[in-house]
Write a protein that binds this ligand. Sequence first.
Ligand code: NAD
Length: 353
Amino acid sequence: MRFLVTGGAGFIGSAVCRRLAADPQNFVLNVDKLTYAGNLASLASIEENGNYAFSQTDICDGEAILALLAEHDIDIVMHLAAESHVDRSIDGPDAFIQTNIIGTFQMLTAARRYYEGLTGDKKAGFRFHHISTDEVFGDLPFDSGIFTEETPYAPSSPYSASKASSDHLVFAWHETYGLPVVLSNCSNNYGPFHFPEKLIPLVILNALDEKELPVYGKGENVRDWLFVDDHARALELIATKGVVGQRYNVGGNSERQNIEVVRTICSLLDKKKPRSSGASYGELIRMVSDRPGHDRRYAIDAGKIKAELGWQPSLSFEEGIQATIDWYLDNQWWWGPIRDREGYERLGSLKKD
Ligand code: NAD
Protein backbone atom coordinates (compact mmCIF):
# COMPACT_ATOMS: atom_id res chain seq x y z
CA MET A 1 0.00 0.00 0.00
CA ARG A 2 1.13 3.56 -0.72
CA PHE A 3 0.29 5.89 2.18
CA LEU A 4 0.25 9.68 2.45
CA VAL A 5 0.40 10.56 6.17
CA THR A 6 -0.23 14.20 7.11
CA GLY A 7 1.29 15.40 10.38
CA GLY A 8 3.86 12.61 10.26
CA ALA A 9 6.44 14.69 12.12
CA GLY A 10 4.11 14.99 15.13
CA PHE A 11 3.63 12.68 18.08
CA ILE A 12 1.08 10.19 16.73
CA GLY A 13 1.88 10.72 13.04
CA SER A 14 5.53 9.79 13.58
CA ALA A 15 4.45 6.57 15.36
CA VAL A 16 2.23 5.80 12.36
CA CYS A 17 5.08 6.49 9.88
CA ARG A 18 7.55 4.33 11.85
CA ARG A 19 5.00 1.50 11.99
CA LEU A 20 4.03 1.64 8.30
CA ALA A 21 7.62 2.04 7.05
CA ALA A 22 8.68 -1.06 9.01
CA ASP A 23 6.88 -3.12 6.34
CA PRO A 24 9.01 -2.98 3.17
CA GLN A 25 5.90 -3.60 1.08
CA ASN A 26 4.52 -0.21 2.10
CA PHE A 27 5.50 3.21 0.81
CA VAL A 28 5.03 6.14 3.23
CA LEU A 29 5.00 9.81 2.26
CA ASN A 30 5.06 12.07 5.31
CA VAL A 31 3.50 15.48 4.56
CA ASP A 32 4.10 18.00 7.34
CA LYS A 33 4.46 21.77 7.58
CA LEU A 34 6.88 21.43 10.53
CA THR A 35 5.17 23.75 12.99
CA TYR A 36 6.60 24.06 16.52
CA ALA A 37 5.13 20.56 17.16
CA GLY A 38 6.74 18.87 14.14
CA ASN A 39 10.13 17.24 14.63
CA LEU A 40 11.96 15.23 11.99
CA ALA A 41 14.18 13.75 14.72
CA SER A 42 11.20 11.53 15.54
CA LEU A 43 11.68 9.89 12.13
CA ALA A 44 15.42 9.28 12.51
CA SER A 45 14.96 5.49 12.62
CA ILE A 46 13.30 5.40 9.17
CA GLU A 47 14.67 8.45 7.34
CA GLU A 48 17.14 6.35 5.34
CA ASN A 49 14.52 3.75 4.38
CA GLY A 50 13.89 3.53 0.64
CA ASN A 51 10.15 3.22 1.28
CA TYR A 52 9.89 6.53 3.22
CA ALA A 53 9.82 10.10 1.91
CA PHE A 54 9.14 13.52 3.41
CA SER A 55 7.56 16.65 1.95
CA GLN A 56 7.44 19.92 3.90
CA THR A 57 4.00 21.07 2.78
CA ASP A 58 1.11 22.94 4.37
CA ILE A 59 -2.16 20.99 4.14
CA CYS A 60 -3.90 24.29 3.38
CA ASP A 61 -2.14 24.23 -0.02
CA GLY A 62 -4.63 22.02 -1.84
CA GLU A 63 -2.85 22.17 -5.21
CA ALA A 64 0.39 20.94 -3.62
CA ILE A 65 -1.47 18.09 -1.88
CA LEU A 66 -3.13 17.07 -5.17
CA ALA A 67 0.25 17.05 -6.91
CA LEU A 68 1.74 14.84 -4.14
CA LEU A 69 -1.17 12.39 -4.33
CA ALA A 70 -0.66 11.98 -8.08
CA GLU A 71 3.15 12.01 -8.06
CA HIS A 72 3.31 9.27 -5.41
CA ASP A 73 0.38 7.22 -6.71
CA ILE A 74 -1.25 7.18 -3.26
CA ASP A 75 -3.72 4.46 -2.15
CA ILE A 76 -4.52 5.64 1.39
CA VAL A 77 -4.50 9.08 2.99
CA MET A 78 -4.12 9.15 6.77
CA HIS A 79 -4.89 12.70 7.86
CA LEU A 80 -3.38 13.54 11.26
CA ALA A 81 -2.00 17.05 10.71
CA ALA A 82 -3.61 19.44 13.17
CA GLU A 83 -3.06 22.02 15.81
CA SER A 84 -3.51 19.76 18.81
CA HIS A 85 -3.01 21.57 22.13
CA VAL A 86 -6.18 22.71 23.92
CA ASP A 87 -4.41 25.44 25.95
CA ARG A 88 -3.01 27.00 22.78
CA SER A 89 -6.48 26.92 21.19
CA ILE A 90 -7.80 29.02 24.08
CA ASP A 91 -4.94 31.50 23.77
CA GLY A 92 -5.04 31.74 19.96
CA PRO A 93 -7.77 29.86 18.06
CA ASP A 94 -6.87 31.22 14.59
CA ALA A 95 -4.33 28.56 13.69
CA PHE A 96 -6.80 25.88 14.81
CA ILE A 97 -9.52 27.18 12.49
CA GLN A 98 -7.01 27.49 9.67
CA THR A 99 -5.32 24.09 9.88
CA ASN A 100 -8.01 21.89 11.42
CA ILE A 101 -10.99 23.18 9.43
CA ILE A 102 -9.68 24.92 6.29
CA GLY A 103 -6.77 22.47 6.05
CA THR A 104 -9.11 19.49 6.23
CA PHE A 105 -11.35 21.11 3.60
CA GLN A 106 -8.32 21.47 1.31
CA MET A 107 -7.29 17.85 1.98
CA LEU A 108 -10.81 16.64 1.10
CA THR A 109 -10.95 18.76 -2.04
CA ALA A 110 -7.58 17.46 -3.23
CA ALA A 111 -8.47 13.86 -2.34
CA ARG A 112 -11.78 14.13 -4.18
CA ARG A 113 -10.16 15.45 -7.36
CA TYR A 114 -7.51 12.72 -7.19
CA TYR A 115 -10.10 9.99 -6.46
CA GLU A 116 -12.32 11.06 -9.36
CA GLY A 117 -9.38 10.59 -11.72
CA LEU A 118 -8.70 7.01 -10.55
CA THR A 119 -10.08 3.90 -12.24
CA GLY A 120 -10.61 0.19 -11.53
CA ASP A 121 -9.00 -1.46 -8.49
CA LYS A 122 -7.04 1.69 -7.69
CA LYS A 123 -10.29 3.63 -7.32
CA ALA A 124 -12.04 0.83 -5.40
CA GLY A 125 -9.20 0.63 -2.91
CA PHE A 126 -8.71 4.35 -2.24
CA ARG A 127 -9.39 5.51 1.35
CA PHE A 128 -9.32 8.83 3.18
CA HIS A 129 -8.83 8.18 6.92
CA HIS A 130 -9.50 11.17 9.14
CA ILE A 131 -7.96 10.97 12.62
CA SER A 132 -9.97 12.70 15.33
CA THR A 133 -10.37 12.90 19.07
CA ASP A 134 -12.86 11.86 21.75
CA GLU A 135 -12.94 15.53 22.83
CA VAL A 136 -15.56 16.21 20.12
CA PHE A 137 -18.11 14.43 22.36
CA GLY A 138 -17.64 16.98 25.15
CA ASP A 139 -18.03 16.66 28.88
CA LEU A 140 -19.06 13.53 30.84
CA PRO A 141 -20.09 13.50 34.51
CA PHE A 142 -17.51 12.00 36.86
CA ASP A 143 -19.67 9.03 37.81
CA SER A 144 -21.45 7.89 34.64
CA GLY A 145 -21.54 7.77 30.86
CA ILE A 146 -19.27 6.57 28.08
CA PHE A 147 -18.72 7.76 24.50
CA THR A 148 -19.97 5.41 21.78
CA GLU A 149 -19.95 5.96 18.02
CA GLU A 150 -23.52 7.28 18.39
CA THR A 151 -22.78 9.93 21.06
CA PRO A 152 -23.82 13.38 19.78
CA TYR A 153 -21.09 15.98 19.33
CA ALA A 154 -20.80 18.67 22.04
CA PRO A 155 -17.29 20.14 21.85
CA SER A 156 -16.23 22.57 24.60
CA SER A 157 -12.91 24.09 23.49
CA PRO A 158 -11.81 25.86 20.30
CA TYR A 159 -9.61 22.78 19.66
CA SER A 160 -12.42 20.24 19.99
CA ALA A 161 -14.85 22.47 18.07
CA SER A 162 -12.36 22.71 15.19
CA LYS A 163 -11.90 18.92 15.19
CA ALA A 164 -15.69 18.42 15.31
CA SER A 165 -16.06 20.74 12.31
CA SER A 166 -13.48 18.77 10.36
CA ASP A 167 -15.23 15.48 11.23
CA HIS A 168 -18.51 16.84 9.85
CA LEU A 169 -16.76 17.93 6.64
CA VAL A 170 -15.29 14.44 6.21
CA PHE A 171 -18.68 12.72 6.43
CA ALA A 172 -20.25 15.40 4.20
CA TRP A 173 -17.64 14.62 1.51
CA HIS A 174 -18.64 10.96 1.79
CA GLU A 175 -22.40 11.56 1.66
CA THR A 176 -22.30 14.29 -0.99
CA TYR A 177 -19.40 13.34 -3.25
CA GLY A 178 -18.97 9.63 -2.49
CA LEU A 179 -15.40 10.03 -1.19
CA PRO A 180 -14.51 6.71 0.53
CA VAL A 181 -13.75 7.88 4.08
CA VAL A 182 -13.21 6.25 7.46
CA LEU A 183 -12.95 8.21 10.69
CA SER A 184 -11.66 7.45 14.16
CA ASN A 185 -12.03 9.23 17.51
CA CYS A 186 -9.37 8.35 20.05
CA SER A 187 -8.75 9.09 23.72
CA ASN A 188 -5.60 10.72 25.16
CA ASN A 189 -2.36 9.24 23.86
CA TYR A 190 0.97 9.07 25.69
CA GLY A 191 4.36 7.51 24.99
CA PRO A 192 7.75 8.25 23.37
CA PHE A 193 8.31 11.37 21.18
CA HIS A 194 5.48 13.31 22.90
CA PHE A 195 6.02 17.07 22.75
CA PRO A 196 6.74 18.25 26.31
CA GLU A 197 3.90 20.76 26.60
CA LYS A 198 1.41 17.91 27.15
CA LEU A 199 0.76 16.64 30.67
CA ILE A 200 2.76 13.39 30.85
CA PRO A 201 6.05 14.46 29.19
CA LEU A 202 5.83 17.87 30.86
CA VAL A 203 5.58 16.27 34.29
CA ILE A 204 8.43 13.82 33.62
CA LEU A 205 10.81 16.50 32.34
CA ASN A 206 9.84 19.18 34.89
CA ALA A 207 10.43 16.63 37.65
CA LEU A 208 13.88 15.77 36.29
CA ASP A 209 14.62 19.53 36.17
CA GLU A 210 13.36 19.97 39.78
CA LYS A 211 10.65 22.33 38.47
CA GLU A 212 7.07 22.62 39.72
CA LEU A 213 4.55 20.09 38.39
CA PRO A 214 1.42 22.12 37.52
CA VAL A 215 -1.95 20.34 37.81
CA TYR A 216 -5.20 22.08 36.85
CA GLY A 217 -7.91 22.70 39.46
CA LYS A 218 -8.18 19.88 41.98
CA GLY A 219 -6.63 17.37 39.58
CA GLU A 220 -9.90 15.46 39.46
CA ASN A 221 -10.42 15.58 35.69
CA VAL A 222 -10.47 12.10 34.22
CA ARG A 223 -8.94 11.06 30.89
CA ASP A 224 -8.70 7.62 29.26
CA TRP A 225 -5.04 6.97 28.39
CA LEU A 226 -3.80 4.92 25.43
CA PHE A 227 -0.17 4.09 24.58
CA VAL A 228 0.67 5.72 21.25
CA ASP A 229 1.90 2.54 19.51
CA ASP A 230 -1.41 0.86 20.32
CA HIS A 231 -3.16 3.80 18.66
CA ALA A 232 -0.89 3.57 15.61
CA ARG A 233 -1.78 -0.12 15.27
CA ALA A 234 -5.49 0.73 15.51
CA LEU A 235 -5.08 3.44 12.86
CA GLU A 236 -3.40 1.06 10.40
CA LEU A 237 -6.25 -1.43 10.89
CA ILE A 238 -8.95 1.24 10.41
CA ALA A 239 -7.25 2.69 7.32
CA THR A 240 -6.78 -0.70 5.64
CA LYS A 241 -9.70 -2.80 6.96
CA GLY A 242 -12.30 -0.29 8.20
CA VAL A 243 -15.68 -0.15 6.48
CA VAL A 244 -16.14 2.89 4.24
CA GLY A 245 -18.41 5.53 5.76
CA GLN A 246 -17.91 4.16 9.29
CA ARG A 247 -16.39 5.67 12.42
CA TYR A 248 -14.46 3.81 15.13
CA ASN A 249 -13.83 4.83 18.72
CA VAL A 250 -10.37 3.95 20.04
CA GLY A 251 -9.54 3.97 23.76
CA GLY A 252 -7.30 2.38 26.35
CA ASN A 253 -9.90 1.43 28.96
CA SER A 254 -7.54 3.21 31.38
CA GLU A 255 -9.41 6.06 33.03
CA ARG A 256 -7.26 7.99 35.48
CA GLN A 257 -7.64 11.31 37.31
CA ASN A 258 -4.91 13.78 36.28
CA ILE A 259 -3.60 13.88 39.84
CA GLU A 260 -3.33 10.05 39.87
CA VAL A 261 -1.29 10.19 36.66
CA VAL A 262 1.07 12.81 38.11
CA ARG A 263 1.47 10.90 41.39
CA THR A 264 2.19 7.67 39.50
CA ILE A 265 4.93 9.39 37.50
CA CYS A 266 6.42 10.85 40.69
CA SER A 267 6.52 7.54 42.53
CA LEU A 268 8.05 5.71 39.54
CA LEU A 269 10.71 8.43 39.19
CA ASP A 270 11.38 8.19 42.94
CA LYS A 271 12.49 4.59 42.28
CA LYS A 272 14.13 5.02 38.86
CA LYS A 273 15.97 8.30 39.44
CA PRO A 274 15.81 9.42 43.10
CA ARG A 275 16.25 13.11 43.80
CA SER A 276 19.63 14.06 45.26
CA SER A 277 17.81 15.59 48.25
CA GLY A 278 16.11 12.27 48.99
CA ALA A 279 12.67 13.94 48.91
CA SER A 280 9.85 12.63 46.73
CA TYR A 281 9.12 14.24 43.37
CA GLY A 282 5.53 14.46 44.64
CA GLU A 283 6.58 17.50 46.66
CA LEU A 284 6.94 19.44 43.38
CA ILE A 285 3.20 19.11 42.57
CA ARG A 286 1.39 22.48 42.46
CA MET A 287 -2.33 22.92 41.86
CA VAL A 288 -2.94 25.82 39.42
CA SER A 289 -6.18 27.63 38.50
CA ASP A 290 -8.37 25.50 36.28
CA ARG A 291 -8.51 25.85 32.51
CA PRO A 292 -11.68 27.56 31.20
CA GLY A 293 -14.17 25.03 29.80
CA HIS A 294 -12.18 22.09 31.22
CA ASP A 295 -14.22 18.95 30.50
CA ARG A 296 -14.56 16.79 33.59
CA ARG A 297 -14.27 13.35 32.14
CA TYR A 298 -13.78 11.46 28.89
CA ALA A 299 -14.44 7.71 28.61
CA ILE A 300 -14.44 5.61 25.46
CA ASP A 301 -16.37 2.49 24.55
CA ALA A 302 -13.98 0.80 22.09
CA GLY A 303 -16.24 -2.23 21.63
CA LYS A 304 -16.79 -1.69 17.91
CA ILE A 305 -13.14 -1.74 16.83
CA LYS A 306 -12.53 -4.71 19.13
CA ALA A 307 -15.46 -6.70 17.73
CA GLU A 308 -15.15 -5.74 14.06
CA LEU A 309 -11.39 -5.30 13.54
CA GLY A 310 -10.00 -7.48 16.35
CA TRP A 311 -8.01 -4.65 17.93
CA GLN A 312 -7.23 -4.22 21.60
CA PRO A 313 -4.57 -2.34 23.56
CA SER A 314 -1.43 -4.39 24.16
CA LEU A 315 -0.17 -2.38 27.15
CA SER A 316 -1.90 -1.53 30.43
CA PHE A 317 -1.44 2.03 31.72
CA GLU A 318 1.00 0.72 34.33
CA GLU A 319 3.17 -0.92 31.64
CA GLY A 320 2.89 2.01 29.25
CA ILE A 321 3.80 4.69 31.76
CA GLN A 322 6.89 2.71 32.86
CA ALA A 323 7.97 2.36 29.22
CA THR A 324 7.36 6.07 28.65
CA ILE A 325 9.40 7.19 31.66
CA ASP A 326 12.23 4.83 30.67
CA TRP A 327 12.17 6.29 27.15
CA TYR A 328 12.46 9.89 28.42
CA LEU A 329 15.28 8.88 30.77
CA ASP A 330 17.17 7.31 27.85
CA ASN A 331 16.46 9.85 25.08
CA GLN A 332 17.59 13.30 26.11
CA TRP A 333 19.02 13.67 22.56
CA TRP A 334 15.37 14.04 21.43
CA TRP A 335 13.84 16.23 24.13
CA GLY A 336 16.90 18.27 25.17
CA PRO A 337 16.82 20.63 22.15
CA ILE A 338 13.06 21.18 22.59
CA ARG A 339 13.47 22.05 26.27
CA ASP A 340 16.16 24.55 25.30
CA ARG A 341 13.67 26.44 23.12
CA GLU A 342 11.93 29.49 24.54
CA GLY A 343 8.19 29.29 25.30
CA TYR A 344 7.54 25.56 24.73
CA GLU A 345 5.83 25.24 28.08
CA ARG A 346 2.16 26.19 28.12
CA LEU A 347 0.40 24.15 30.76
CA GLY A 348 -0.96 26.46 33.44
CA SER A 349 -0.34 29.51 31.28
CA LEU A 350 -3.96 30.61 31.49
CA LYS A 351 -4.17 31.19 35.22
CA LYS A 352 -7.07 33.44 36.10
CA ASP A 353 -5.36 34.87 39.19
P1 NAD B 1 1.05 16.95 17.23
O1 NAD B 1 0.72 18.35 17.61
O2 NAD B 1 2.10 16.22 17.98
O3 NAD B 1 1.44 16.88 15.69
C1 NAD B 1 0.75 17.60 14.70
C2 NAD B 1 1.62 17.62 13.45
O4 NAD B 1 0.87 18.30 12.41
C3 NAD B 1 2.94 18.37 13.61
O5 NAD B 1 3.99 17.60 13.08
C4 NAD B 1 2.75 19.66 12.81
O6 NAD B 1 3.94 20.15 12.26
C5 NAD B 1 1.76 19.19 11.75
N1 NAD B 1 0.97 20.32 11.20
C6 NAD B 1 0.30 21.27 11.91
N2 NAD B 1 -0.30 22.13 11.06
C7 NAD B 1 -0.01 21.69 9.80
C8 NAD B 1 -0.35 22.16 8.50
N3 NAD B 1 -1.10 23.25 8.33
N4 NAD B 1 0.09 21.46 7.44
C9 NAD B 1 0.86 20.35 7.61
N5 NAD B 1 1.24 19.88 8.81
C10 NAD B 1 0.80 20.55 9.89
O7 NAD B 1 -0.36 16.18 17.29
P2 NAD B 1 -0.66 14.67 17.74
O8 NAD B 1 -0.83 14.64 19.22
O9 NAD B 1 0.30 13.75 17.09
O10 NAD B 1 -2.11 14.47 17.10
C11 NAD B 1 -2.23 14.03 15.75
C12 NAD B 1 -3.70 13.92 15.39
O11 NAD B 1 -4.36 13.03 16.28
C13 NAD B 1 -4.44 15.25 15.49
O12 NAD B 1 -5.33 15.34 14.41
C14 NAD B 1 -5.18 15.16 16.82
O13 NAD B 1 -6.36 15.92 16.78
C15 NAD B 1 -5.46 13.68 16.90
N6 NAD B 1 -5.57 13.12 18.26
C16 NAD B 1 -4.60 13.34 19.19
C17 NAD B 1 -4.70 12.76 20.45
C18 NAD B 1 -3.62 12.93 21.50
O14 NAD B 1 -3.79 12.47 22.62
N7 NAD B 1 -2.49 13.55 21.18
C19 NAD B 1 -5.80 11.96 20.76
C20 NAD B 1 -6.78 11.75 19.77
C21 NAD B 1 -6.65 12.32 18.52
